[in-house]
Each structure stands twice: as structure tokens, then as C-alpha cells.
Design a protein around this ligand. Structure first.
Ligand code: ATP
Length: 461
């Protein structure tokens, strides 16, 4: 549901300040692909680090993984992706623009999703055709709906002329976890229940990539799969849901902008599925993470297609069983966008309008900026440079800025969300104190240079 145009301001800031660039821009771009600039990659890495911290380091029974992107083609047959990984698509008969029908129906407030059968969604579409205009030419002359497979084919290792036997790019990152479940068991000897966590790329031939980073054709997913004894899923599922919710709060995201959405329509093997949604400016509430109770489907399928015994052998009571899986799958691009949107603030500080990203210090791409008050006073520059180099050894996400006046430097740092600025001025030369300035309030205080590192470390922890 389009609410306003404030997302445009965020997209513009993201480009202007080196967070996100359109992919292949000098060649006119490539739909659904974006590149992360110098500040974007820092924010993205900080997000990943925080996720890894919460899902691997702070847990005793989770194992990290980084599996290869290319997989044996049978993987995608076993997972059901070659036949069932599709979105409902209709094509405009006038200009050949393709639309994703379930999303168009949802925009009208009609319940629809990609799990509906072709006939179900066609019936619904036929009822509402008159309300859906082509986004390109405005006509209402669409074909009937058909399932469009989202897997992206490659020709890796295929030297035949007809391009048979395709190897796919991953449609979702989690398959690598199922493929390595047995390796983890054989090498790490985990006691059930246990989890595997992975951050990996996914590629989807999205029918209409849109809404900036929200729906792209190349994106990253941060996934956990938690393996439990059959039917011992209920309590663990609730704990996982709570855990994931708390992680978003730990990023400083406004809880009023988050909500749960339970799936009313489930794939046949799932017993429950929930999304965490964020209330994006302009776009409204939409999914940033899915949390799914998947029963024993994934390992059963891979056991059937590979012929390898994937049962867990419980040494305590000698039982052998296929574990059930509780999955969390988060799109990093969507969470990146939610974090930017949540932090984006226009306010007035001491009579001056400004744009400020009120990012949590742990996510901010730059933690501290160091300035000499004046660029042309060598005594200030030398002292500031020493301090900068000393701090940089301890906190590498730090920048030096001596361009233009101090007010403009503050504005620049506010726009990229730098929580603290440190200025070396003439008082520093006599009393070894610096000005420490706080981003959100503009408050300034004098701090002894010797105390600065400890003070900043405390503020950033
Ligand atoms: P949607 O219904 O919006 O297409 P999905 O239900 O297909 O999403 P999943 O397959 O559950 O999504 O993927 C898990 C997560 O991966 C999503 O919650 C989302 O954050 C992210 N994701 C999925 N598709 C995209 C995409 N095209 N671009 C960016 N992120 C995506």
C-alpha cells in the first residue's frame, strides 16, 4: 500500500552518502541488483556481525557454516524448487509488462499468496481484473495467471551445445545447511537439539523487482535451522520467535514498527509459519524475516533423493529418527532498509534543519569522526592526527575530516549516523581536553584526551 513518498528521501540519502548504488549504473543499471558503497558495506557487516553474535557466539549449541553457492542440480529437485518455486504471474497483452498477481491483489487488500494453486489464484484474479491496471501502460488487459519459476539457471560445468543439465544459483541459502547437516553431525558430534547458522547469497528471477532493496534479484539471507526431536517443536519454536524479536529490539528498532504476521495458508508439511514485518515508509508493513516450523520435510526429501541415511542417531537411548527443523530466514537487504528507515530523522538542532541517521552505535558505519578545528593550523592538525591514529588502532571504524567548517562536518557525520565527533581546538593545546559531541542531542562536553578512549569504548559497547 503506497502511503507517502518518504522512502524516496531515504533512497536518495543512501546514494548520495555512499550506502547503496544501483548495480551496473554506468551501463544503465540492471533491474533488481544493487551495490553497497563504503558506508553501506560497513553497516551491512555490522548487521551480519550482530546477527552472528546472537545466533552463534551467544549460543552453546549452534554451529556456523559457509557452504558453496553452486550445488548438485538434484538438490533443487529434492527441495521441490525446480517444480514448485514459483510466483503467480500475468502479462499485459498491450505492452508485455509482467505483474506478480498475488502482490497486486494484496495491495488491494485481498488475501492472496504465492502458495495458492493456479486455479485458485486465477479465480481470484478474474474477480478483480477491473481493479488492476498495468503499471506501465495503464491498460487492464492481462493474460491469465501462470506459475513462473524463480530459479536462476547457470551453465556451470555444462559444455554441451543445448545447455542441458543446468546448475542453478541458490534460490535460498538454507539448502547448504541441509547438505552439511550430516557433516556437522560426523565432525562436531552435536547433541540434539542443535542449530546451524549461515549467511549466504540467494538469487531469484523476481517477476517485478521493486521497492529498492526490498525485492531484488540478488540478495543475502541469514538463516538458522534448529534440529529437534520429532514433535518436540512447540516450545522451541516459541523460544526462537521470542529470540528473533528481541534481536530486532537490540538493534534499537522502534517496536511499534514491528509486528508478527501468521501465515494462514501453509505448505503441506509446515505446522506453523510466521513473518516478522516492518512498517516501511511509503510501502507499509511487509516481511523482513520468516520463521517456519518445517517438520521433517527437508531431511526426508534429501534422504530420499540422495539415498544417504540422514537420521540422527541418539546415543543416549539408541533411537534413530529424522529431526524436525525450525527455520529462521532473514533478508539482510530488507533489514538494512528497515534499519535505515528507522534511523532516518529530520529535525531542527539549535535553529538549523538537519537530516540525521539515529543508528544504534553498534550498527553505525563510522563510530567516531576526528576533526582539527582549523585545517590551516599545523599545531591543531598534528595533535588531531596523533589522536586519530591512536584511536584508529583500537576502533578502526573511525574517520578524519578537515574539509569545510565544523558545522558542515557535523552535518555530514549526522547524515551517515556517526554517533560521536571529537574536535581538537585551541584549548586542547593548553589543557589536553577535546570536545566530544553527541549526534542525537548535539550536546558537547570537554573530555581529557587520556580518558577519551575508555569513554568512547564505554559509549560504544
Ligand atoms: P516474499 O513473499 O516477500 O517474496 P518469501 O516469503 O518468498 O518473500 P522467503 O523465501 O521466506 O521469502 O525468504 C526469507 C527472507 O528472505 C524474507 O523474509 C526476505 O527478508 C528475504 N527475501 C526473500 N525474497 C527476497 C527478495 N527478492 N529480495 C530481498 N530479500 C528477499
Amino acid at each position: 500500500m503506497i502511503k507517502d513518498n518518504s522512502m524516496e528521501k531515504i533512497i536518495s540519502l543512501a546514494k548520495r552518502r555512499g550506502f547503496v548504488y544501483p548495480g551496473s549504473e554506468i551501463y544503465g543499471g540492471l533491474a533488481g541488483v544493487y551495490d553497497f558503497g563504503p558506508y553501506g558495506v560497513e553497516l551491512l557487516n555490522n548487521l551480519k556481525q550482530s546477527w552472528w553474535q546472537a545466533n552463534v557466539y551467544q549460543k552453546d549449541n549452534y554451529y556456523g557454516l559457509d557452504s558453496g553457492m553452486f550445488k548438485n542440480p538434484k538438490v533443487w529437485e529434492a527441495s521441490g524448487h525446480t517444480t514448485g518455486f514459483s510466483d503467480p504471474m500475468a502479462e499485459c497483452r498491450e505492452c508485455q509488462t509482467r505483474i506478480r498477481v498475488d502482490k497486486k491483489l494484496t495491495e488491494l487488500g485481498i488475501e492472496a499468496d504465492e502458495k495458492m494453486t493456479e486455479s485458485e489464484i486465477n479465480n481470484l484474479f478474474d474477480k478483480h481484473r477491473e481493479e488492476i491496471a498495468c503499471p506501465n501502460c495503464g491498460q487492464k488487459n492481462f493474460t491469465s495467471v501462470r506459475a513462473f519459476n524463480l530459479l536462476v539457471k547457470t551453465n556451470l560445468g555444462d559444455f554441451t551445445a543445448d545447455g542441458g543439465d543446468p546448475v542453478y544459483l541458490p534460490g535460498e541459502a538454507c539448502q547448504g545447511i541441509y547438505l552439511n547437516y550430516k557433516n556437522i553431525i560426523d565432525t562436531m558430534y552435536p547433541q540434539i537439539p542443535f542449530g546451524i547458522a549461515q549467511i549466504g547469497k540467494a538469487f531469484r528471477n523476481e517477476i517485478s523487482p521493486r521497492n529498492f532493496l526490498f525485492r531484488t534479484r540478488e540478495f543475502e539471507q541469514a538463516d538458522t535451522q534448529f534440529f529437534v526431536k520429532p514433535k518436540e517443536n512447540k516450545e522451541a519454536f516459541e523460544n526462537i520467535k521470542q529470540d528473533r524479536w528481541n534481536w530486532y529490539l537490540s538493534l534499537g528498532i522502534n517496536p511499534d514498527k514491528l509486528r508478527w504476521k501468521q501465515h494462514s495458508k501453509l505448505v503441506f508439511y509446515a505446522s506453523q509459519a510466521w513473518d516478522i514485518e516492518y512498517d516501511f515508509p511509503t510501502y507499509g508493513f511487509d516481511e523482513i524475516e520468516g520463521i517456519h516450523d518445517r517438520s521433517d520435510y527437508d531431511l526426508t526429501q534429501h534422504m530420499k533423493f540422495s539415498g544417504i541415511d540422514l537420521r540422527y542417531n541418539d546415543k543416549i537411548n539408541g533411537e534413530k529418527f529424522i529431526p524436525w527443523i525450525l527455520e529462521t530466514s532473514m533478508g539482510l537487504g530488507r533489514v538494512f532498509l528497515a534499519v535505515l528507515a528507522d534511523a532516518y530523522t529530520e529535525d531542527n538542532l539549535n535553529g538549523e534543519d538537519r537530516i540525521v541517521l539515529k543508528l544504534s552505535p553498534k550498527l553505525a558505519p563510522v563510530k567516531v569522526a576526528v576533526f582539527p578545528l582549523l585545517k590551516n593550523k599545523p599545531e591543531l592538525v598534528t595533535k588531531a592526527r596523533h589522536l586519530y591514529e591512536y584511536l584508529k588502532k583500537e576502533m578502526p571504524q573511525i574517520v578524519w575530516d578537515d574539509n569545510s567548517n565544523i558545522g558542515k562536518r557535523y552535518r555530514r557525520q549526522d547524515e551517515i549516523g556517526t554517533p560521536f565527533c571529537v574536535t581538537i581546538d585551541f584549548d586542547t593545546l593548553t589543557d589536553d581536553t577535546v570536545t566530544l559531541r553527541y549526534r542525537d542531542t548535539g550536546k558537547q562536553e570537554r573530555v581529557k584526551m587520556n580518558d577519551l578512549l575508555l569513554k568512547l569504548s564505554n559509549l560504544l559497547s
